[in-house]
Design a protein around this ligand. Structure first.
Ligand code: ZN
Length: 309
């Protein structure tokens, strides 16, 4: 299962923290008009030289990618430079996350954020547009045509009140999506996919909006998320097949069979349905508990509140 984690400084597939790292691109400005960064933002800043050094970081057995946080955090020149220099590497950017961002982008560049991104960089299947919440019809078509992934974060977007991605139109055009967490307010693949589906049901006032005629809604959502997530992180994951990494989630069937197990996980049982998780064949969750849960909780409680800011 590839859950895309989209933090600013580093982002990792939680199943393989040492296998992929995303570097923030040469972050040289704050806001569309390049305001001076606040003291708390300085730790995210890079020059092109320091960024190139970061990109030389060895990631054992894995990949490294670029994550030029957003169009507000990077100059268009630097964005183009990073995209051209590391073309073909996984490339993630938060874009069209809030209406205010759209308005500011229109005011500064006379273009909507996704239009501005695609006019600046030739995005392709290595790109993941995190959120893309306020993509209009033309922007949705441009993402789908580029075969890029929409990195949806439905829990985060709901928690922050940001808005709802037009998933039905996007999927109808062959769009690809993965799910991830931005705020990390809750980590649950089932909850991400349920929130995505329920959001659509609420605005369209009908059931099974993202389901298809031949598959259960749960099956279809999980397959989209596995395929799109694997594409976004650029790693051999997302399927039980020779050559793929053994990143596995084992669900408790509780007397159910076939796709009903997936539907029950997404719409009812949530994380309690997870019996075990294997990362690269190594068990990290057994009987519903992370193997290092106690040690991690103890360490977390010792972190001073200020250090987390
Ligand atoms: Zn974001």
């Amino acid at each position: 299962m590839s859950l895309i984690v989209t933090t600013t400084a580093t982002a990792t597939d939680p199943c393989a923290e040492s296998d992929i790292a995303f570097n923030p691109a040469a972050t040289l400005q704050v806001g569309f008009l390049g305001k001076e960064p606040a003291a708390s933002q300085r730790r995210f800043l890079n020059t092109r030289d320091s960024y190139a050094r970061l990109m030389e970081t060895k990631v054992p057995g894995g990949a490294i990618g670029i994550a030029p946080h957003s169009l507000r955090a990077v100059t268009l020149d630097d964005l183009k430079w990073a995209a051209d220099t590391w073309r073909g590497k996984p490339s993630h950017i938060h874009v069209s996350e809030q209406l205010r961002e759209v308005e500011e982008c229109l005011a500064a560049h006379n273009k909507r954020p996704i239009d501005l991104l695609i006019d600046t960089v030739a995005i392709d299947e290595h790109w993941c547009l995190v959120h893309a919440t306020h993509a209009d019809a033309k922007e949705l078509a441009r993402i789908a045509n580029a075969k890029a992934v929409a990195g949806l974060c439905p829990i985060t977007e709901a928690n922050l009140g940001d808005g709802l991605f037009d998933a039905p139109s996007f999927l109808a055009q062959g769009g690809r999506f993965g799910v991830g967490s931005d705020s990390n307010v809750r980590i649950s693949v089932a909850d991400e996919l349920r929130t995505l589906e329920y959001g659509q049901r609420l605005i369209h006032r009908r059931r099974n909006v993202l389901g298809g005629p031949a598959q259960s809604t749960g099956r279809r959502l999980v397959e989209f998320a596995l395929t799109g997530g694997a594409q976004a992180v650029g790693r051999p994951v997302g399927a039980l097949a020779p050559g793929k990494r053994a990143d596995l989630v084992v669900l408790q069937p509780d007397g159910l069979h076939d796709d009903r197990v997936l539907d029950a996980w997404l719409f009812s049982a949530d994380n309690s349905a997870i019996k075990s998780v294997y990362c690269g064949g190594v068990p990290v969750v057994q009987n519903g508990r992370h193997v290092a849960r106690d040690a991690i909780a103890t360490r977390f409680q010792r972190v001073p509140v200020d250090a987390a800011r």
